[in-house]
Design a protein around this ligand. Structure first.
Ligand code: FAD
Length: 500
């Protein structure tokens, strides 16, 4: 049975009453207190429409001060809360399990400062990622992260999930690019860790506790982030490989030969490609001449047009150019001669580049359109990654469509099992097999999506008992009543020792 169906409400939490509503209206005004059924229905339901809570209240603070007052009050009343950003999370972490109060920070969406020399931006947590990308484009910078959900997800949610995405191979994780944070603890204490320094070794670097803690330790209200300059030369290739071993070899070659300009290395298998072409409108196979088993997207980004080849794929403000694409072209030619690549196309203009990206970024949407989907986000040694996909296909036979794609350059597989509807007999064939398999390889059962509700009680597959105990002690210290995002991240057996 799924985590949602086996979780029991913690009876030490209070339920909302009319005095609570009056108090919240007093501090937030009518506008910040949402009780309309339609809006609550959206906020109670996750992106996959798989997890659904029954909260009767969503609060929309506009300042850190308001977040602090809300949390102080909820803590004193023992009212459980769920911090929510763009609600694009994929592990059931952003929606209530029962009647928790939803605290949605989307009204806190101002860019506070941007330093044109250093590229350091300070903004509020509710800024939508795509808006930050556009703002920086005008300033000649880019965000160090990019992901398919950019139109809705928020920087606070990105930081809280330590989102990886398409550029991690080049710019590293948010643990590197986030320079500072402001966060509000369960009791309303505001922690000002909003530094803008590259280097600061004064004591424990506590911001890292909040990066990736999925709203279980505090609500992030502001973020300071180092953004890289936008380089003038971007190229994108869509390639086909006959087998998985060739994809892997191509990755090592790309790291060696395109190292300093490589900015994305993504893969999808034929099942993922078929789904996208079937379910998403207006997309065509870029390599239609024959059937291929695997597809790879390689993006390069550099500063020298003639050296790295210029075709700016993303930013309308930089004109597309046909300057020779020496480096990537030479790499592709070599890879085709050696047989690693069987077919390929280089994006000729911004539109074509967008359509290549749309194929890769559209896989989650296509999976949703195909029916029910069991999603697994795994870190595995790249040489073992596809063995799991093949074993899963053998286990499930015709009962399900096993689809693989992901951030191959980061050793991150998105294994998706698509069926007509959710079914416990299929689930029992997938779990715990998938977790045990991953654990045996010393992989991670959550590469970038987090644990949320889905995998809270699976943490031991990737973390030792001692480590989980220390996490629980930290949770207890920062949130003694356990009001922040209950039932998520840590197992119930550990969480039940908190609060009451
Ligand atoms: P939400 O979904 O609202 O919340 C996610 C978690 O963070 C929840 O636990 C919530 O309680 C907590 N939270 C949110 N805001 C705050 C805050 N201000 N303070 C404290 N806690 C908070 N993820 C990747 O890593 N890489 C990808 O490539 C990627 N691609 C995706 C593609 C699609 C189409 C979709 C739908 C999702 C994808 N995701 C990906 C997952 C998701 O988009 C990311 O996890 C994203 O970072 C979540 O941001 P959000 O604002 O939507 O957060």
């Amino acid at each position: 049975a799924s985590a949602a169906s086996t979780t029991v409400r913690n009876q030490s939490f209070s339920s909302i009453n009319s005095d609570d509503i009056s108090y919240f209206k007093k501090i937030l005004g009518e506008r910040g207190v949402v009780q309309e059924e339609e809006k609550l229905d959206d906020a109670n339901t996750d992106w996959m429409r798989k997890y659904k809570g029954s909260s009767k209240l969503m609060l929309q603070p506009r300042s850190t001060e308001e977040v602090s007052r809300i949390l102080h009050y909820c803590n004193s009343r023992c009212l459980a809360v769920v911090p929510q950003g763009g609600n694009t999370g994929l592990v059931g972490g952003s929606v209530p399990v029962f009647d928790e109060v939803i605290i949605n920070v989307s009204s806190m969406n101002n860019i506070l400062t941007f330093d044109k020399d250093s590229g350091i931006m300070v903004c509020e947590a509710g800024c939508i990622l795509e808006n930050l990308i556009s703002f920086l484009d005008n300033e000649g910078y880019i965000m160090p992260l990019d992901l398919g959900a950019k139109g809705s997800c928020q920087i606070g949610g990105n930081v809280s999930t330590n989102a990886g995405g398409l550029r991690l191979i080049r710019y590293g994780s948010l643990h590197g690019s986030v320079l500072g944070l402001e966060a509000v603890l369960a009791n309303g204490t505001v922690l000002d860790m909003l530094g803008t320094l590259r280097k600061d070794n004064t004591g424990y670097d506590l911001k890292h506790l909040f990066i990736g803690s999925e709203g279980s330790l505090g609500i992030i209200t502001k973020v300071s982030i180092l953004t890289p300059p936008r380089l003038s030369s971007v190229n994108l290739a869509f390639l086909a490989c006959k087998d998985y071993t060739s994809c892997q070899k191509l990755l090592s070659e790309a790291k060696r030969k395109l190292g300093e300009i490589l900015s994305a290395f993504e893969f999808l298998d034929i099942k993922a490609m078929d789904l996208v072409l079937k379910h998403l409108d207006g997309l065509r196979d870029p390599l239609p001449s024959s059937m291929h088993n695997f597809y790879i997207l390689i993006e390069t980004t550099g500063s020298s047009e003639s050296h790295d080849n210029l075709s700016n794929c993303y930013f309308e403000s930089v004109p597309f150019s046909h300057i020779t694409r020496e480096k990537l072209e030479a790499f592709l030619l070599e890879s085709m001669e050696s047989g690693l690549v069987t077919d390929g196309a280089l994006a000729q203009d911004i539109n074509q580049a967008s359509s290549f990206w749309r194929i890769r970024e559209g896989v989650p949407e296509a999976l949703m359109k195909a029916g029910a989907v069991y999603k697994y986000d795994l870190s595995l040694p790249p040489e073992k990654m596809y063995d799991l996909v093949e074993e899963m296909r053998e286990r499930l036979g015709d009962a399900a469509n096993v689809v693989a794609y992901g951030h191959l350059g980061d050793g991150n597989l998105h294994l998706n099992i698509s069926t007509q509807q959710y079914n416990n007999s299929i689930l029992s064939k997938i779990e715990p097999f998938v977790y045990e398999w991953t654990s045996k390889q010393r992989g991670s059962i959550s590469a970038e999506h987090g644990l949320g509700l889905m995998k809270a009680d699976k943490i031991h597959y990737s973390k030792s008992a001692e480590t989980v105990q220390l996490m629980a002690a930290i949770k207890r210290l920062l949130d003694p009543n356990g009001i922040l995002n209950p039932y998520k991240v840590l197992p119930m057996s550990v969480l039940s020792q908190i609060g009451g």
